[in-house]
Design a protein around this ligand. Structure first.
Ligand code: BGC
Length: 742
C-alpha cells in the first residue's frame, strides 16, 4: 500500500476509535469499578441516568418481525430471538439480548434459525438426579448463548408437574420441589457462570397450557409455600438468578404479572430477591397495577395490547400514581442483575467460537444419565432383553423415524440442529411448529455398536410392523409423543403407535419399547412388553445416547422425576381443565391435591401408579444399606451406604424421604434429599445428607414461619417413592423457623 494511503487509513482508524471512545464510558466512571459490590454500582449508575434512559431499560421488544401487527424487530436486536432491551451506551450499560431457553440457544420460527447444541429436555436432565450434569449443561448452553451474542438466557423453568398433560412439562423439572430446585438451580448457576443472566420462570402455577391466558389459579398461601413456591424459593436461594419471569395466568384473581402477592410480598419482601421481574411475552396488562405490584420490565412488545411501560409509565410517574422511587427500584434491580452477573463487565458479541464436539458430548452424557429403564423383565424365551446381548443375529428396529433422528419438544424453547432439518415440513405451520427432529439416528448408532443384521420398519402400520418383528432375535420399537408450548398433550400415544406396539409384541414377545415423549404416557401394552426405556427428548446426541444405554455401554441411570399414572382417573383432574375456553375467557382452576403434588397425591389417596416417582432400574446391583438418622444440633442428618454387589459398574440414586404421622402433612411423605453415584464392582460409598428443615415443617401463613411439630417421624431410604428399602424413626423437637428455615 502506498505511504499516503497508509497515513490516511491510520487517520481514519484513529477517528473511528475516537468516536467509539466518545460513546463508551471511560473505565474510570465510579460504577465501572469492579471492586465495588453490585448494589453500589447499580446505585451509582442509576444516579447518572436521565428519566428517559431509565424508561428505556424497563421496556423490551420481541426480536422477530410480526407482519400482521406491522411490526419489525429493532435493528439492534439479534434476529429470530426472544427479546431485546436497549442499554445506555453513554454510561457503558449494554443492551440486553435475550434468548430462550432451558435446553439451549433457541430460535424463533423463521428462515434462518441458529444451529446450536440442544440438551435433552428439562425433564430428562431432572431424571439424571445429578446436579453436576445439570450445572455442566447450563454452563454449556450459557457459553453458546454468550458466543451467539446473548447476555440473558430465559432458562430456569421450574413449574411443578401438577398436570401430566401439560405441554411444557418437558421444559421443567418434574413434580417435587426439592428435586426440581436442586436440578434447576444447578442449571442456572451453570448458565450464569458465563456472565449471562438466567431467568427462573414462570412465577407461578403456570402448570398447564390450555387457556393459559384465561386461567385464574386459586391456591392458598399455605399450599403454595409447600409446593410451587417452595420450588422457586429453594432454587432462587441456591442459584441467585438475575431475573424472574412472571407467568401468563392469573393467580388468586390477579394476573401473575400484576400480583402484589407473588412479586412484592413473596419474591421481593419475603425472599429478599434482588434481581428484576420481567413479564412473559404478552403477559403485561396494565401500567400502574403492574408497576405497583412489582413488575420491573415489560417484555416482548408487540405481544401486549399496549406499551404499558413507555409513555404510560412516564405519565404515571409524572402524576405520582407510580412513585419515582418505584421506577428507580425497577431500574436499580435490572442494573443490579447486570452488574452482579457480569453482563456489564463482560460484553457479549455475536459469532464467538463454539466447540460443537465438546458440547454435544455434554448433551450426550446428560441424555444417557437421564434415560429411565422403566421395565426389564425376563422375556418369555430367555433372559432379560436389556442390555442387548452381543450374540444377537437379527434386530428389528421399528418406528418413530429411528433411522433418521430423535424428536424434540416445540415452542419458544425450540433449538435447531446443525445442518438442514432431516425431516422438514412436519407439524404446525405456525407456532409452536415446526416439529423438529435432531439428525442423530438411534438405528445408525446401534449399527455402529452391534454386529447383528438390522431391519427397519417405519412403524405406521401394525401389520407391516408385525411382519418386520416376526423372527427377529429382538425388536426395538420406538414411539413418540410430540408436546409443545401452548398445547396440552394427550397421554395416549398418537396415531396408531399403541396398535403398532401391541401388534409387534404379539408377533414377537422379545420386544423393547423406547419412548421419546415429553412426559408420561399410558401404556396399554405394558404387560405384553418385557422392556421399556424412557428416553424423553434426548437432545442433539440422542441417537448414540439411546444406543449406548440399550447396549449397556453405560448403565441405565435415570430415575423418574414425576409419576407415571396408570389411568386418567388417578389424576386430581381426570379431565383436563379449561378445555373449550377462549383465550379471553376467565375461569377458575383449583387443584384438589393442594400441596400434595405428584407422588404425594398418590400416597394420600393410596393409588398405585404405573411407575412411581423416583423409579428407574439399573443393569447393576448397587444396594442401599446402613440407614441411620440423627440430629446434629438442629439439623437432621441421614447416613447410608451404597455398595456394588454386582459384576459391572453401575449407578444408584439413594432417595431419602421423611414420613410424618398421618394427617400432619399434606401427604404421608416428602422427598428430603438424595444422592447419586456410580460405583465399580465391589465398591462401597457412604453418604451423609442434611435435610433442609423446611421439608420437615408446615408453613404458618399468619406468622410467616415454618413450624416443625414435635413427634416421632420416619426416615425412609428408598429406590423410589414406591420402593422403600429401610426406615428408621427419628424424634423431632418442636421448632419455629423464619422464612429461610433458620
Ligand atoms: C414463553 C416464555 C418464553 C417467551 C419468550 C413465551 O411464550 O412462555 O417461556 O421465554 O415466550 O420467547
Amino acid at each position: 500500500m502506498p505511504v499516503k494511503h497508509t497515513i490516511l487509513a491510520a487517520a481514519v482508524a484513529a477517528l473511528l476509535a475516537c468516536n467509539a471512545a466518545a460513546q463508551t464510558t471511560p473505565a474510570t466512571e465510579p460504577w465501572m469499578n469492579r471492586a465495588l459490590p453490585a448494589e453500589q454500582r447499580a446505585g451509582l449508575a442509576l444516579g447518572a441516568m436521565t428519566q428517559e434512559e431509565k424508561l428505556k431499560l424497563v421496556f423490551g421488544y420481541f426480536a422477530i418481525d410480526i407482519a400482521d401487527k406491522g411490526y419489525q424487530r429493532p435493528q439492534a436486536s439479534r434476529p429470530q430471538s426472544a427479546g431485546w432491551v436497549p442499554g445506555v451506551p453513554r454510561l457503558g450499560i449494554p443492551d440486553l439480548f435475550e434468548t430462550d431457553a432451558g435446553i439451549g440457544v433457541a430460535s424463533q420460527r423463521g428462515p434462518k434459525p441458529r444451529q446450536r447444541t440442544a440438551l435433552p429436555s428439562g425433564l430428562a436432565t431432572a431424571a439424571t438426579w445429578n446436579p453436576e450434569l445439570a450445572y455442566q449443561g447450563g454452563a454449556m448452553i450459557g457459553a453458546e448463548a454468550r458466543a451467539s451474542g446473548f447476555n440473558v438466557m430465559l432458562a430456569g423453568g421450574i413449574n411443578l408437574t401438577r398436570e401430566p398433560r401439560n405441554g411444557r412439562n418437558f421444559e421443567y423439572a418434574g413434580e417435587d420441589p426439592w428435586l426440581a430446585a436442586t436440578m434447576v438451580s444447578a442449571q442456572i448457576r451453570g448458565v450464569q457462570s458465563n456472565h449471562v443472566i438466567s431467568t427462573i420462570k414462570h412465577l407461578s402455577a403456570n402448570d398447564q397450557e390450555t387457556s393459559r391466558m384465561g386461567v385464574n389459579v386459586k391456591m392458598s398461601d399455605r399450599d403454595a409455600r409447600r409446593s410451587d413456591l417452595l420450588a422457586f424459593q429453594l432454587a432462587i436461594e441456591q442459584s441467585n438468578p438475575g431475573s424472574v419471569m412472571c407467568a401468563y395466568n392469573r393467580y388468586n384473581d390477579f394476573y401473575a404479572c400484576e400480583s402484589d402477592y407473588l412479586m412484592n410480598q413473596v419474591l421481593k419482601q419475603d425472599w429478599q430477591f434482588k434481581g428484576f421481574v420481567m413479564s412473559d411475552w404478552g403477559a403485561t396488562h396494565s401500567t400502574i397495577p403492574a408497576a405497583m405490584a412489582g413488575l420491573d420490565q415489560q417484555s416482548g412488545w408487540p405481544l401486549d395490547k399496549h406499551q404499558y411501560f413507555t409513555a404510560g409509565l412516564q405519565e404515571a410517574v409524572a402524576n405520582g400514581h407510580v412513585p419515582q422511587a418505584r421506577l428507580d427500584d425497577m431500574v436499580r434491580r435490572i442494573l443490579w442483575a447486570m452488574f452482579d452477573k457480569g453482563v456489564v463487565d463482560h460484553p457479549v458479541a455475536e459469532g464467538g467460537p463454539i466447540d460443537a464436539q465438546r458440547h454435544e458430548a455434554i448433551s450426550q452424557a446428560d441424555a444417557e444419565q437421564g434415560m429411565v429403564l422403566l421395565k426389564n423383565d425376563a422375556a418369555p424365551q430367555g433372559g432379560k432383553l436389556l442390555p442387548l446381548a452381543p450374540g444377537l443375529k437379527r434386530i428389528a428396529v421399528i418406528g418413530s423415524h429411528a433411522d433418521i433422528g430423535v424428536l424434540s419438544g416445540g415452542g419458544s424453547s425450540q433449538v435447531y440442529p446443525r445442518g438442514e432439518l432431516p425431516l422438514p415440513g412436519l407439524g404446525p405451520n405456525e407456532f409452536p411448529g415446526p416439529l423438529v427432529w435432531f439428525p442423530s439416528s438411534p438405528l445408525k448408532a446401534l449399527k455402529e455398536r452391534h454386529q447383528a443384521t438390522f431391519t427397519f420398519d417405519a412403524g405406521r402400520d401394525p401389520d407391516s410392523a408385525a411382519r418386520a418383528a416376526a423372527g427377529a432375535d429382538v425388536v426395538i420399537v420406538f414411539a413418540n409423543q410430540w408436546t409443545a408450548e401452548s398445547l396440552d398433550a394427550s397421554l395416549d400415544l398418537a396415531e396408531r403407535q399403541n396398535d403398532v406396539i401391541a401388534a409387534v409384541a404379539r408377533a414377537n414377545p422379545r420386544t423393547v419399547v423406547v419412548l421419546e415423549t415429553g412426559g408420561p404416557v399410558l401404556m396399554p401394552w405394558l404387560a405384553q412388553v418385557p422392556a421399556v426405556l424412557q428416553a424423553w427428548y434426548p437432545g442433539t446426541s440422542g441417537g448414540p445416547a439411546i444406543a449406548r444405554v440399550l447396549t449397556g455401554e453405560v448403565d441405565a441411570a435415570g430415575r423418574l422425576p414425576l409419576t407415571f399414572p396408570a389411568s386418567l382417573d388417578q389424576l386430581p383432574h381426570p379431565q383436563l381443565p379449561g378445555q373449550g375456553k377462549g383465550p379471553e375467557d376467565r375461569w377458575d382452576l383449583t387443584y384438589p391435591e393442594g400441596a400434595a403434588v405428584g407422588y404425594k397425591w398418590y400416597d394420600l389417596k393410596d393409588r398405585k401408579p404405573l411407575f412411581p416417582f423416583g423409579h428407574g432400574l439399573s443393569y447393576g446391583e448397587v444396594k442401599l444399606e446402613g440407614l441411620g438418622a440423627r440430629l446434629d444440633g438442629k439439623t437432621l442428618k441421614v447416613t447410608f451406604r451404597m455398595t456394588n454387589h454386582g459384576q459391572r459398574a453401575a449407578s444408584q440414586v439413594g432417595q431419602v424421604y421423611v414420613a410424618a404421622p398421618r394427617g400432619r402433612w399434606e401427604a404421608p411423605k416428602r422427598l428430603a434429599n438424595f444422592a447419586k453415584a456410580s460405583l465399580k464392582p465391589g465398591e462401597s460409598r457412604s453418604f451423609e445428607l442434611a435435610v433442609d428443615p423446611r421439608l420437615l415443617a408446615d408453613w404458618d401463613s399468619r406468622g410467616k414461619t415454618w413450624k416443625i411439630a414435635a413427634g416421632s417421624y420416619q426416615v425412609l431410604l428408598a429406590r423410589s417413592a414406591g420402593d422403600i428399602v429401610a426406615r428408621v424413626p427419628v424424634k423431632l423437637r418442636a421448632r419455629t423457623m423464619d422464612l429461610h428455615g433458620r
